[in-house]
Write a protein that binds this ligand. Structure first.
Ligand code: FE
Ligand code: FE
Ligand code: FE
Length: 166
């Protein structure tokens, strides 16, 4: 049945989705850092944990701009992606392929975030929330930079090492 929902409602729903997701990611990153074998991997996950804290604060500013309380809405997609990361941590514990697995999990997280921010930016533009566009673009830029670094990390070390199983 048709309801009176608008793009405004969809924007708010999706903002709540990424807000929830970022909070889950904030909790998952220290665990990924602990699991990572390489120093570069550990450092990268911890650095992105700090960035994620800032991203959550930017999202809270976006809620303020649109005059709504900052509230999350359960995102089953991020729960699933993080559950897969935990599975890799358990199943590849102590193996030389662990870091390659962690990087691939982290990239799945980044790609989910990039998809969400891309959409939110387009809708914020359409809805005329200019300040929100700027804040969301800052988050997107950090996710894209992280994704790129993960690719470099994978190409430089983790995957190559993973092939040398004795
Ligand atoms: Fe993020
Ligand atoms: Fe979601
Ligand atoms: Fe991220």
């Amino acid at each position: 049945m048709a309801t009176a929902k608008t793009l405004n409602d969809l924007f708010l729903d999706t903002l709540k989705d990424i807000y929830y997701a970022e909070k889950q990611i904030l909790r998952a990153l220290p665990k990924m850092a602990r699991a990572a074998q390489s120093e570069d991997g550990k450092e990268g996950f911890l650095k992105h944990r700090d960035e994620t804290q800032g991203q959550i604060e930017r999202l809270e500013q976006v809620f303020e701009i649109i005059g709504k309380p900052a509230r999350g809405k359960t995102c089953e997609a991020i729960q699933g992606i993080i559950a897969e990361a935990n599975e890799i941590i358990e199943e590849f514990d102590g193996s030389i392929a662990l870091d390659a697995g962690l990087i691939s999990s982290a990239q799945a997280v980044e790609h989910y975030e990039i998809a969400r921010y891309g959409t939110l930016i387009a809708w914020a533009k359409q809805l005329g929330h200019k300040q929100a566009v700027t804040l969301l673009q800052q988050n997107l830029a950090e996710e894209e930079a992280t994704d790129k670094k993960l690719t470099e990390l994978a190409l430089s070390a983790a995957n190559a090492k993973g092939t040398k199983a004795a």
